[in-house]
Design a protein around this ligand. Structure first.
Ligand SMILES: [Zn+2]
Length: 519
Protein backbone atom coordinates (compact mmCIF):
# COMPACT_ATOMS: atom_id res chain seq x y z
CA UNK A 1 0.00 0.00 0.00
CA UNK A 2 2.80 2.36 0.95
CA UNK A 3 4.43 1.81 -2.42
CA UNK A 4 1.18 2.20 -4.29
CA UNK A 5 0.30 5.53 -2.80
CA UNK A 6 2.58 7.72 -4.97
CA UNK A 7 1.22 6.08 -8.13
CA UNK A 8 -2.30 6.67 -6.97
CA UNK A 9 -1.51 10.32 -6.35
CA UNK A 10 0.07 10.70 -9.78
CA UNK A 11 -3.10 9.36 -11.31
CA UNK A 12 -5.15 11.72 -9.22
CA UNK A 13 -3.05 14.73 -10.12
CA UNK A 14 -2.74 13.96 -13.78
CA UNK A 15 -6.28 12.93 -14.59
CA UNK A 16 -8.78 14.43 -12.26
CA UNK A 17 -10.14 17.67 -13.62
CA UNK A 18 -10.05 20.05 -10.66
CA UNK A 19 -9.59 23.49 -12.06
CA UNK A 20 -12.56 24.78 -13.97
CA UNK A 21 -12.76 21.40 -15.54
CA UNK A 22 -9.16 21.51 -16.70
CA UNK A 23 -6.81 18.57 -16.45
CA UNK A 24 -3.19 19.00 -15.34
CA UNK A 25 -2.12 18.29 -18.87
CA UNK A 26 -4.23 21.12 -20.26
CA UNK A 27 -2.96 23.55 -17.67
CA UNK A 28 0.66 22.58 -18.32
CA UNK A 29 0.06 23.22 -22.01
CA UNK A 30 -1.26 26.68 -21.22
CA UNK A 31 1.69 27.52 -18.97
CA UNK A 32 4.03 26.41 -21.71
CA UNK A 33 2.17 28.37 -24.36
CA UNK A 34 2.24 31.59 -22.31
CA UNK A 35 5.97 31.16 -21.57
CA UNK A 36 6.75 30.53 -25.22
CA UNK A 37 4.43 32.83 -27.13
CA UNK A 38 4.32 35.78 -24.75
CA UNK A 39 7.75 35.59 -23.13
CA UNK A 40 8.79 38.70 -21.21
CA UNK A 41 12.29 37.42 -20.44
CA UNK A 42 14.16 39.57 -22.98
CA UNK A 43 12.35 42.70 -21.81
CA UNK A 44 12.99 41.93 -18.14
CA UNK A 45 16.66 41.21 -18.84
CA UNK A 46 17.05 44.45 -20.77
CA UNK A 47 15.43 46.54 -18.05
CA UNK A 48 17.35 44.89 -15.24
CA UNK A 49 20.82 44.43 -16.75
CA UNK A 50 21.11 47.27 -19.28
CA UNK A 51 19.01 50.03 -17.75
CA UNK A 52 19.45 49.43 -14.01
CA UNK A 53 22.81 47.65 -14.20
CA UNK A 54 24.71 45.73 -11.53
CA UNK A 55 23.16 45.36 -8.09
CA UNK A 56 25.87 45.60 -5.50
CA UNK A 57 24.53 45.76 -1.94
CA UNK A 58 24.57 49.30 -0.60
CA UNK A 59 24.40 50.98 -4.02
CA UNK A 60 21.60 53.17 -5.41
CA UNK A 61 21.25 50.66 -8.30
CA UNK A 62 20.25 47.96 -5.81
CA UNK A 63 17.46 50.18 -4.48
CA UNK A 64 16.41 51.04 -8.02
CA UNK A 65 16.22 47.33 -8.82
CA UNK A 66 14.03 46.63 -5.77
CA UNK A 67 11.66 49.43 -6.78
CA UNK A 68 11.59 48.19 -10.37
CA UNK A 69 10.73 44.66 -9.23
CA UNK A 70 7.87 45.88 -7.03
CA UNK A 71 6.49 48.04 -9.86
CA UNK A 72 6.79 45.16 -12.34
CA UNK A 73 4.99 42.70 -10.06
CA UNK A 74 2.24 45.26 -9.45
CA UNK A 75 1.84 45.80 -13.18
CA UNK A 76 1.08 42.09 -13.41
CA UNK A 77 -1.46 42.35 -10.60
CA UNK A 78 0.82 40.68 -8.05
CA UNK A 79 1.15 42.23 -4.63
CA UNK A 80 4.78 43.05 -3.77
CA UNK A 81 6.84 45.10 -1.36
CA UNK A 82 10.40 45.68 -0.19
CA UNK A 83 11.07 44.27 3.27
CA UNK A 84 13.92 45.92 5.14
CA UNK A 85 16.38 43.62 6.92
CA UNK A 86 19.42 45.73 7.74
CA UNK A 87 21.94 48.31 6.59
CA UNK A 88 25.11 48.33 4.54
CA UNK A 89 28.00 50.62 3.68
CA UNK A 90 26.59 52.80 0.92
CA UNK A 91 28.78 53.37 -2.12
CA UNK A 92 28.34 54.39 -5.73
CA UNK A 93 30.66 53.53 -8.58
CA UNK A 94 31.78 56.43 -10.77
CA UNK A 95 33.91 56.41 -13.90
CA UNK A 96 37.17 54.52 -14.11
CA UNK A 97 39.68 55.56 -16.73
CA UNK A 98 43.20 54.17 -16.86
CA UNK A 99 45.97 55.19 -19.28
CA UNK A 100 49.61 54.35 -19.60
CA UNK A 101 51.38 57.66 -20.27
CA UNK A 102 55.01 56.45 -20.42
CA UNK A 103 57.02 54.93 -22.11
CA UNK A 104 54.18 55.31 -24.63
CA UNK A 105 50.56 56.32 -24.48
CA UNK A 106 47.78 53.73 -24.47
CA UNK A 107 44.41 53.41 -22.74
CA UNK A 108 44.24 50.35 -20.52
CA UNK A 109 41.31 48.01 -19.90
CA UNK A 110 40.39 47.77 -16.28
CA UNK A 111 38.10 48.96 -13.54
CA UNK A 112 38.10 49.90 -9.87
CA UNK A 113 36.96 47.25 -7.42
CA UNK A 114 33.73 47.64 -5.47
CA UNK A 115 34.01 50.07 -2.54
CA UNK A 116 37.30 51.44 -3.89
CA UNK A 117 38.13 54.89 -2.46
CA UNK A 118 37.76 57.72 -5.00
CA UNK A 119 40.51 59.68 -6.72
CA UNK A 120 40.15 63.40 -7.45
CA UNK A 121 38.79 64.52 -10.83
CA UNK A 122 42.32 64.89 -12.18
CA UNK A 123 43.28 61.43 -10.94
CA UNK A 124 46.70 60.13 -9.99
CA UNK A 125 49.69 59.88 -12.34
CA UNK A 126 52.57 57.82 -11.01
CA UNK A 127 55.13 55.14 -11.78
CA UNK A 128 54.38 51.45 -11.29
CA UNK A 129 56.55 49.07 -9.25
CA UNK A 130 56.28 45.31 -8.83
CA UNK A 131 56.59 43.44 -5.55
CA UNK A 132 60.19 42.26 -5.05
CA UNK A 133 61.35 38.70 -4.42
CA UNK A 134 62.21 38.64 -0.72
CA UNK A 135 63.92 36.18 1.61
CA UNK A 136 61.95 37.14 4.69
CA UNK A 137 59.72 39.73 6.31
CA UNK A 138 62.68 41.91 7.30
CA UNK A 139 63.76 42.19 3.67
CA UNK A 140 60.19 43.14 2.76
CA UNK A 141 59.98 45.79 5.50
CA UNK A 142 63.28 47.23 4.29
CA UNK A 143 61.94 47.38 0.72
CA UNK A 144 58.55 48.90 1.65
CA UNK A 145 59.63 52.59 1.54
CA UNK A 146 60.13 52.12 -2.24
CA UNK A 147 56.37 52.18 -2.75
CA UNK A 148 55.97 55.78 -1.62
CA UNK A 149 54.25 57.74 -4.38
CA UNK A 150 53.95 54.67 -6.62
CA UNK A 151 51.31 52.27 -7.91
CA UNK A 152 52.13 48.70 -6.87
CA UNK A 153 51.23 45.52 -8.78
CA UNK A 154 50.11 42.73 -6.45
CA UNK A 155 49.08 39.83 -8.71
CA UNK A 156 51.20 37.09 -10.23
CA UNK A 157 51.89 37.86 -13.87
CA UNK A 158 50.26 34.99 -15.77
CA UNK A 159 52.51 32.83 -17.93
CA UNK A 160 49.85 32.66 -20.63
CA UNK A 161 46.68 34.55 -21.46
CA UNK A 162 45.27 31.51 -23.23
CA UNK A 163 42.84 29.27 -21.34
CA UNK A 164 43.85 25.63 -20.97
CA UNK A 165 41.19 24.43 -23.41
CA UNK A 166 42.88 26.57 -26.08
CA UNK A 167 46.30 25.03 -25.30
CA UNK A 168 44.76 21.59 -25.35
CA UNK A 169 43.37 22.18 -28.81
CA UNK A 170 46.48 23.62 -30.45
CA UNK A 171 49.66 22.92 -28.46
CA UNK A 172 51.79 19.80 -28.87
CA UNK A 173 51.34 17.52 -25.91
CA UNK A 174 54.91 18.20 -24.71
CA UNK A 175 54.44 21.95 -24.95
CA UNK A 176 51.13 21.86 -23.02
CA UNK A 177 52.66 19.69 -20.29
CA UNK A 178 55.70 21.98 -20.07
CA UNK A 179 53.51 25.08 -19.75
CA UNK A 180 51.50 23.50 -16.94
CA UNK A 181 54.65 22.42 -15.08
CA UNK A 182 56.20 25.90 -15.46
CA UNK A 183 53.02 27.54 -14.27
CA UNK A 184 52.80 25.28 -11.25
CA UNK A 185 56.36 26.13 -10.28
CA UNK A 186 55.77 29.85 -10.82
CA UNK A 187 52.58 29.76 -8.73
CA UNK A 188 54.31 27.93 -5.87
CA UNK A 189 57.19 30.41 -5.89
CA UNK A 190 54.74 33.34 -5.98
CA UNK A 191 52.83 32.19 -2.92
CA UNK A 192 56.04 31.30 -1.08
CA UNK A 193 57.28 34.83 -1.72
CA UNK A 194 54.04 36.33 -0.37
CA UNK A 195 54.37 34.10 2.71
CA UNK A 196 57.95 35.34 3.13
CA UNK A 197 56.60 38.88 3.54
CA UNK A 198 54.39 37.61 6.42
CA UNK A 199 51.35 39.10 4.68
CA UNK A 200 48.66 37.43 2.56
CA UNK A 201 47.09 38.54 -0.68
CA UNK A 202 44.52 40.70 1.20
CA UNK A 203 46.60 42.13 4.06
CA UNK A 204 49.48 43.12 1.80
CA UNK A 205 47.33 45.88 0.26
CA UNK A 206 46.96 47.50 3.66
CA UNK A 207 50.72 47.34 4.29
CA UNK A 208 51.37 48.99 0.93
CA UNK A 209 48.79 51.69 1.63
CA UNK A 210 50.34 52.45 5.01
CA UNK A 211 53.77 52.67 3.39
CA UNK A 212 52.56 55.43 1.06
CA UNK A 213 51.59 53.66 -2.18
CA UNK A 214 49.17 55.79 -4.26
CA UNK A 215 47.19 52.84 -5.64
CA UNK A 216 47.04 49.04 -5.93
CA UNK A 217 47.02 47.35 -9.33
CA UNK A 218 45.80 43.77 -9.51
CA UNK A 219 44.69 41.35 -12.21
CA UNK A 220 42.48 38.52 -10.98
CA UNK A 221 42.32 36.39 -14.09
CA UNK A 222 39.33 34.06 -14.32
CA UNK A 223 41.10 31.64 -16.71
CA UNK A 224 39.05 32.52 -19.78
CA UNK A 225 39.85 34.95 -22.61
CA UNK A 226 39.19 38.50 -21.39
CA UNK A 227 37.59 37.44 -18.11
CA UNK A 228 38.62 38.82 -14.70
CA UNK A 229 36.91 38.44 -11.35
CA UNK A 230 35.96 41.77 -9.81
CA UNK A 231 35.44 41.77 -6.05
CA UNK A 232 35.92 44.45 -3.41
CA UNK A 233 38.74 46.77 -2.40
CA UNK A 234 40.05 46.75 1.15
CA UNK A 235 42.01 50.00 1.26
CA UNK A 236 41.05 53.12 3.20
CA UNK A 237 42.14 55.98 0.93
CA UNK A 238 43.88 54.66 -2.19
CA UNK A 239 42.15 53.08 -5.21
CA UNK A 240 42.36 49.38 -6.07
CA UNK A 241 42.25 48.75 -9.81
CA UNK A 242 41.87 45.47 -11.67
CA UNK A 243 43.57 45.43 -15.09
CA UNK A 244 42.98 42.98 -17.93
CA UNK A 245 45.51 40.16 -18.08
CA UNK A 246 46.94 41.63 -21.28
CA UNK A 247 47.51 45.15 -19.95
CA UNK A 248 48.67 43.93 -16.57
CA UNK A 249 51.26 41.69 -18.22
CA UNK A 250 52.60 44.59 -20.27
CA UNK A 251 52.87 46.91 -17.26
CA UNK A 252 54.47 44.16 -15.23
CA UNK A 253 57.12 43.34 -17.84
CA UNK A 254 57.98 47.02 -18.32
CA UNK A 255 58.48 47.47 -14.57
CA UNK A 256 60.47 44.26 -14.34
CA UNK A 257 62.79 45.08 -17.22
CA UNK A 258 63.80 48.56 -16.09
CA UNK A 259 61.47 50.57 -18.38
CA UNK A 260 59.27 51.78 -15.54
CA UNK A 261 55.79 52.52 -16.82
CA UNK A 262 53.87 55.55 -15.69
CA UNK A 263 50.08 55.32 -15.53
CA UNK A 264 47.26 57.75 -14.94
CA UNK A 265 44.24 56.52 -12.99
CA UNK A 266 40.99 58.43 -12.67
CA UNK A 267 38.56 56.36 -10.61
CA UNK A 268 35.69 58.18 -9.05
CA UNK A 269 33.26 56.86 -6.47
CA UNK A 270 30.99 58.15 -3.73
CA UNK A 271 30.68 57.03 -0.13
CA UNK A 272 27.01 57.20 0.89
CA UNK A 273 27.18 56.33 4.57
CA UNK A 274 24.91 53.64 6.02
CA UNK A 275 22.04 52.75 3.71
CA UNK A 276 19.03 50.48 4.22
CA UNK A 277 18.91 46.99 2.65
CA UNK A 278 15.90 45.00 1.46
CA UNK A 279 14.40 41.83 0.05
CA UNK A 280 11.66 42.16 -2.56
CA UNK A 281 8.79 39.88 -1.53
CA UNK A 282 5.86 39.26 -3.90
CA UNK A 283 2.82 37.22 -2.91
CA UNK A 284 0.01 35.39 -4.68
CA UNK A 285 -2.33 34.36 -1.83
CA UNK A 286 -3.43 30.77 -1.48
CA UNK A 287 -7.13 29.95 -1.57
CA UNK A 288 -7.22 26.70 0.39
CA UNK A 289 -4.06 26.33 2.49
CA UNK A 290 -3.08 29.97 2.73
CA UNK A 291 -0.62 29.35 5.57
CA UNK A 292 1.35 26.92 3.44
CA UNK A 293 3.90 28.36 1.04
CA UNK A 294 5.60 27.63 -2.24
CA UNK A 295 8.57 29.98 -2.47
CA UNK A 296 10.28 30.97 -5.73
CA UNK A 297 13.72 32.07 -4.67
CA UNK A 298 16.60 33.92 -6.34
CA UNK A 299 19.13 36.40 -5.08
CA UNK A 300 18.67 39.82 -6.55
CA UNK A 301 22.04 41.37 -5.76
CA UNK A 302 25.25 40.92 -7.76
CA UNK A 303 28.89 41.89 -7.92
CA UNK A 304 29.50 44.85 -10.18
CA UNK A 305 32.31 44.02 -12.63
CA UNK A 306 29.64 43.24 -15.24
CA UNK A 307 25.88 43.59 -14.87
CA UNK A 308 25.22 40.39 -12.92
CA UNK A 309 23.45 38.81 -15.91
CA UNK A 310 24.03 35.14 -15.09
CA UNK A 311 24.64 35.76 -11.37
CA UNK A 312 21.90 36.19 -10.71
CA UNK A 313 19.93 38.15 -13.33
CA UNK A 314 18.84 34.88 -14.93
CA UNK A 315 17.63 33.39 -11.65
CA UNK A 316 15.77 36.61 -10.94
CA UNK A 317 14.00 36.86 -14.30
CA UNK A 318 13.19 33.13 -14.20
CA UNK A 319 11.29 33.59 -10.93
CA UNK A 320 9.63 36.85 -12.04
CA UNK A 321 8.54 35.36 -15.36
CA UNK A 322 7.26 32.25 -13.56
CA UNK A 323 5.18 34.45 -11.27
CA UNK A 324 3.77 36.39 -14.22
CA UNK A 325 2.78 33.21 -16.06
CA UNK A 326 1.19 31.66 -12.97
CA UNK A 327 -0.76 34.81 -12.15
CA UNK A 328 -2.20 34.73 -15.67
CA UNK A 329 -2.89 31.00 -16.07
CA UNK A 330 -3.29 29.85 -12.45
CA UNK A 331 -4.35 32.95 -10.52
CA UNK A 332 -5.94 31.18 -7.54
CA UNK A 333 -3.37 28.73 -6.20
CA UNK A 334 -4.38 26.47 -3.32
CA UNK A 335 -1.22 27.38 -1.42
CA UNK A 336 0.34 30.83 -1.12
CA UNK A 337 3.09 31.54 -3.65
CA UNK A 338 5.88 33.85 -2.48
CA UNK A 339 8.56 35.19 -4.79
CA UNK A 340 11.65 36.07 -2.74
CA UNK A 341 14.29 38.23 -4.42
CA UNK A 342 17.01 38.40 -1.79
CA UNK A 343 19.51 41.14 -1.05
CA UNK A 344 23.20 40.59 -0.26
CA UNK A 345 23.49 36.91 -1.06
CA UNK A 346 27.03 37.57 -2.27
CA UNK A 347 28.24 38.64 1.16
CA UNK A 348 26.82 35.56 2.92
CA UNK A 349 23.14 34.86 2.14
CA UNK A 350 22.22 37.86 4.29
CA UNK A 351 18.80 38.65 2.78
CA UNK A 352 17.48 35.09 2.97
CA UNK A 353 19.02 34.44 6.41
CA UNK A 354 17.20 37.55 7.64
CA UNK A 355 13.96 36.39 6.04
CA UNK A 356 13.98 33.00 7.80
CA UNK A 357 14.51 34.84 11.09
CA UNK A 358 11.89 37.54 10.42
CA UNK A 359 9.20 35.38 8.81
CA UNK A 360 9.17 32.12 10.82
CA UNK A 361 5.58 31.41 9.72
CA UNK A 362 6.79 30.97 6.13
CA UNK A 363 9.53 28.57 7.22
CA UNK A 364 7.00 26.65 9.29
CA UNK A 365 4.44 26.48 6.51
CA UNK A 366 6.90 25.88 3.68
CA UNK A 367 5.58 23.33 1.23
CA UNK A 368 8.66 23.75 -0.93
CA UNK A 369 11.20 26.34 -2.10
CA UNK A 370 12.87 26.37 -5.51
CA UNK A 371 16.02 28.46 -5.87
CA UNK A 372 17.94 29.19 -9.06
CA UNK A 373 21.41 30.68 -8.97
CA UNK A 374 24.17 29.16 -11.03
CA UNK A 375 23.99 30.64 -14.45
CA UNK A 376 21.89 30.84 -17.53
CA UNK A 377 21.77 27.15 -18.46
CA UNK A 378 18.77 24.83 -18.52
CA UNK A 379 18.22 22.93 -15.29
CA UNK A 380 20.13 19.65 -15.33
CA UNK A 381 20.36 18.65 -11.67
CA UNK A 382 18.00 18.40 -8.75
CA UNK A 383 19.13 17.03 -5.40
CA UNK A 384 16.85 15.94 -2.55
CA UNK A 385 19.01 17.99 -0.13
CA UNK A 386 19.00 15.19 2.43
CA UNK A 387 15.20 15.06 2.81
CA UNK A 388 14.33 11.38 3.02
CA UNK A 389 11.03 11.61 1.11
CA UNK A 390 11.97 14.24 -1.44
CA UNK A 391 12.01 11.51 -4.10
CA UNK A 392 8.32 11.04 -3.48
CA UNK A 393 6.97 14.56 -3.93
CA UNK A 394 9.63 15.92 -6.30
CA UNK A 395 9.35 12.75 -8.36
CA UNK A 396 5.59 13.07 -8.53
CA UNK A 397 5.66 16.73 -9.53
CA UNK A 398 8.30 16.10 -12.18
CA UNK A 399 5.95 13.61 -13.82
CA UNK A 400 3.83 16.56 -14.96
CA UNK A 401 6.81 18.24 -16.67
CA UNK A 402 7.05 17.61 -20.43
CA UNK A 403 9.75 15.16 -21.36
CA UNK A 404 11.80 17.67 -23.38
CA UNK A 405 12.36 19.61 -20.13
CA UNK A 406 12.37 16.79 -17.60
CA UNK A 407 14.66 14.67 -19.76
CA UNK A 408 17.67 16.94 -19.07
CA UNK A 409 17.35 16.62 -15.30
CA UNK A 410 19.39 14.20 -13.28
CA UNK A 411 17.91 13.69 -9.83
CA UNK A 412 19.82 12.59 -6.70
CA UNK A 413 17.86 11.26 -3.70
CA UNK A 414 18.09 11.80 -0.83
CA UNK A 415 21.25 13.86 -1.57
CA UNK A 416 22.89 15.86 1.17
CA UNK A 417 21.82 19.16 2.71
CA UNK A 418 23.31 22.32 1.17
CA UNK A 419 25.50 24.23 3.58
CA UNK A 420 25.90 27.47 1.65
CA UNK A 421 26.44 28.52 -1.91
CA UNK A 422 23.01 30.07 -2.36
CA UNK A 423 19.83 31.02 -0.55
CA UNK A 424 18.09 27.63 -0.41
CA UNK A 425 20.71 26.75 2.22
CA UNK A 426 19.19 29.32 4.61
CA UNK A 427 15.94 27.30 4.56
CA UNK A 428 17.55 23.84 4.51
CA UNK A 429 19.41 24.81 7.72
CA UNK A 430 15.95 25.33 9.29
CA UNK A 431 14.92 21.84 8.19
CA UNK A 432 12.51 23.26 5.60
CA UNK A 433 12.28 21.61 2.16
CA UNK A 434 14.26 23.89 -0.15
CA UNK A 435 15.87 22.84 -3.39
CA UNK A 436 18.30 24.15 -5.97
CA UNK A 437 17.36 24.11 -9.63
CA UNK A 438 20.90 23.55 -10.80
CA UNK A 439 21.89 24.73 -14.27
CA UNK A 440 24.12 23.53 -17.05
CA UNK A 441 27.32 25.59 -16.70
CA UNK A 442 27.79 27.37 -20.05
CA UNK A 443 31.36 28.11 -18.82
CA UNK A 444 29.94 29.87 -15.77
CA UNK A 445 32.96 29.51 -13.48
CA UNK A 446 35.58 30.78 -15.94
CA UNK A 447 33.63 33.33 -17.90
CA UNK A 448 30.70 34.88 -16.10
CA UNK A 449 30.74 34.11 -12.36
CA UNK A 450 31.68 37.44 -10.69
CA UNK A 451 33.48 38.64 -13.82
CA UNK A 452 33.58 41.71 -16.03
CA UNK A 453 31.94 39.57 -18.75
CA UNK A 454 28.72 38.77 -16.88
CA UNK A 455 26.49 40.74 -19.22
CA UNK A 456 23.20 40.50 -21.16
CA UNK A 457 24.79 38.89 -24.23
CA UNK A 458 25.73 35.77 -22.18
CA UNK A 459 22.08 34.97 -21.41
CA UNK A 460 20.79 31.92 -23.28
CA UNK A 461 17.13 32.81 -23.43
CA UNK A 462 15.87 29.44 -24.66
CA UNK A 463 17.39 27.78 -21.60
CA UNK A 464 15.98 30.43 -19.26
CA UNK A 465 12.54 29.94 -20.86
CA UNK A 466 12.91 26.20 -20.31
CA UNK A 467 13.56 26.95 -16.63
CA UNK A 468 10.59 29.28 -16.27
CA UNK A 469 8.28 26.60 -17.69
CA UNK A 470 9.79 23.98 -15.38
CA UNK A 471 9.45 26.23 -12.31
CA UNK A 472 5.88 27.17 -13.19
CA UNK A 473 4.83 23.52 -13.51
CA UNK A 474 6.60 22.46 -10.30
CA UNK A 475 5.01 25.38 -8.45
CA UNK A 476 1.58 24.50 -9.75
CA UNK A 477 2.00 20.86 -8.75
CA UNK A 478 3.32 21.81 -5.29
CA UNK A 479 0.34 24.12 -4.77
CA UNK A 480 -2.19 21.50 -5.81
CA UNK A 481 -0.66 18.51 -4.03
CA UNK A 482 -3.21 17.14 -1.53
CA UNK A 483 -0.33 16.32 0.83
CA UNK A 484 1.98 18.59 2.77
CA UNK A 485 5.60 17.70 2.03
CA UNK A 486 7.54 15.55 4.47
CA UNK A 487 10.53 17.08 6.31
CA UNK A 488 11.95 13.81 7.51
CA UNK A 489 15.74 13.91 7.27
CA UNK A 490 17.85 11.11 5.90
CA UNK A 491 20.53 9.62 8.11
CA UNK A 492 23.65 11.43 6.93
CA UNK A 493 26.69 9.36 6.05
CA UNK A 494 30.11 9.46 7.66
CA UNK A 495 32.46 11.77 5.81
CA UNK A 496 35.11 9.87 3.86
CA UNK A 497 37.50 12.78 4.42
CA UNK A 498 37.20 13.23 8.17
CA UNK A 499 35.69 9.94 9.34
CA UNK A 500 33.12 11.96 11.29
CA UNK A 501 29.37 11.41 10.93
CA UNK A 502 27.88 14.41 9.12
CA UNK A 503 25.48 16.66 10.97
CA UNK A 504 22.57 18.61 9.53
CA UNK A 505 23.67 22.23 8.93
CA UNK A 506 22.63 24.69 11.63
CA UNK A 507 21.13 28.15 10.95
CA UNK A 508 23.60 31.03 10.74
CA UNK A 509 22.93 34.64 11.58
CA UNK A 510 22.85 37.21 8.81
CA UNK A 511 25.13 40.24 8.75
CA UNK A 512 22.57 43.01 9.19
CA UNK A 513 25.07 45.88 9.40
CA UNK A 514 27.61 45.00 6.73
CA UNK A 515 30.27 46.68 4.70
CA UNK A 516 33.36 44.67 5.40
CA UNK A 517 35.55 43.64 2.50
CA UNK A 518 34.46 40.06 2.17
CA UNK A 519 34.17 38.01 -0.97
ZN1 LIG B 1 24.80 33.99 -7.26
Amino acid sequence: MFRQLPLLLILLLLNVPFLNGQSTEELVDQLKKEATENSQLEKLAYELMDVIGPRLVGTPQMIKAHDWAVATFKKWGIDARNEEWGTWRGWERGITHIDMVSPRVVSLRGTQLAWSPSTSDSGITAEVVNLPVVEDSLAFVNWLPNVKGKFVTVSMNQLTGRPDYNWEEFATEESFEKMKADREEQTKAWYQNIRNTRYNSRTINKALEEAGAVGIIQSRWSEGFGANKIFSANTKTIPVIDLSLEDYGMIYRLAENGDPPEIKVVSKSKELGRVRTFNTIATIPGTEFSDEYVVLSAHFDSWDGGTGATDNGTGTITMMETARILKKIYPNPKRTIIIGLWGSEEQGLNGSRSFVEDRPEVVKGLQVLFNQDNGTGRVVKLSGQGFLNAYDYLGRWLQAVPKDIRGHIETTYPGSPGRGGSDYASFVAQGAPAFSLSSLSWSYWDYTWHTNLDTYDKIVFDDVRNNAILTAILTYMACEDPEKTSREKAVLPTSLKTGIKQEWPTPRSPDRAGGQDKN
